[in-house]
Ligand binder design. Structure first.
Ligand SMILES: Nc1ncnc2c1ncn2[C@@H]1O[C@H](COP(=O)(O)OP(=O)(O)OP(=O)(O)O)[C@@H](O)[C@H]1O
Ligand SMILES: [Mg+2]
Length: 249
């Protein structure tokens, strides 16, 4: 079966900077795939190119067999890709319910239906009792939950999560992992960028590593932490990144 998302030879040039220089990436339907790599490797740029927020300079992005490279953001969303942003959208002057409703309106043009669905999604992510709070009044962890809620409200088949656990306490990370498992159980496929290997190891079926705009590894999480190129480019000493937990001597 062909993957839900198939990225080949993705290139993105910003002036003289080649932010992406040949990224290959497959995401199998129903899986949780992690995209990792050093700061500035091009992870967020790859997300932008997949989600239609940036136009790739070259390469192919196929989603459910359709070529979407260069397609406008709203068309990509309508096809079934939702995303969160690394810099959380604060929705400062909107309530959590209003912000989530903006997502729900994609497939529910009647406001009443969109609001009802947004309520359901806010309950799903654990923000039901904060639905009338303004974005600005939410904690970082709740802002990230709200980002996920707004993306989920568009009913994506593929959800792109860009560092939704950055800046969270260990307890909040645990809650975020629990939410991720429930998102997968809903049948939503997840591609996530995350730096905390300890968080990813137990949940990611597949790991893709990019460095300097190129894919340097594709395989299991356990394979990634043992891979010489990945250690060299990103992980440094394996002991610092949870390799002990895999039982590696
Ligand atoms: N809009 C832009 N214009 C010019 N350069 C950009 C733009 N967006 C990203 N870049 C550059 O492209 C490179 C890749 O950036 P990107 O944000 O994709 O990295 P990243 O892997 O997400 O890093 P991090 O882990 O820090 O989030 C960086 O050198 C960055 O400065
Ligand atoms: Mg980034």
């Amino acid at each position: 079966m062909s993957p839900l998302l198939e990225v080949r030879g993705l290139v993105k040039q910003f002036g003289s900077l080649r932010a992406l220089d040949g990224v290959d990436l497959d995401v199998a339907a129903g899986s949780l795939t992690a995209l990792i790599g050093p700061n500035g490797a091009g992870k967020s740029t790859a997300f932008a190119c997949i989600a239609g927020a940036a136009k790739p300079t070259a390469g192919s992005v196929r989603f459910r067999g359709t070529e979407i490279a260069g397609m406008a953001y709203h068309r990509v969303a309508a096809l079934g890709i939702g995303r969160t942003y690394q810099i959380v959208q604060t929705f400062a002057d909107m309530t959590a319910l209003e912000a989530t409703t903006t997502g729900a309106l994609l497939r529910r043009p009647h406001l009443r239906d969109a609001v009802a669905y947004a309520e359901e999604i806010l309950a799903f992510v654990g923000l039901a009792d904060k639905r009338y709070r303004l974005g600005r009044a939410l904690t970082i962890a709740d802002k990230k939950r709200l980002e996920v809620a707004r993306a989920l409200a568009t009913e994506p088949q593929l959800l792109l999560l860009d560092e939704v656990m950055a800046g969270l306490t260990p307890a909040e990370c645990g809650a975020a992992v629990e939410l991720l498992r429930r998102i997968l159980a809903r049948g939503v496929t997840v591609l996530m960028v995350e730096h905390v290997m300890e968080v990813l190891m137990p949940i990611a079926q597949h790991v893709v590593v990019i460095a300097a705009g190129k894919t340097i590894f594709s395989g299991t999480a356990a394979g990634a932490v043992r891979d010489v190129d990945v250690i060299d480019a990103y992980l440094g000493s394996p002991l610092e990144h949870g390799a002990i937990a895999t039982g590696t001597p």
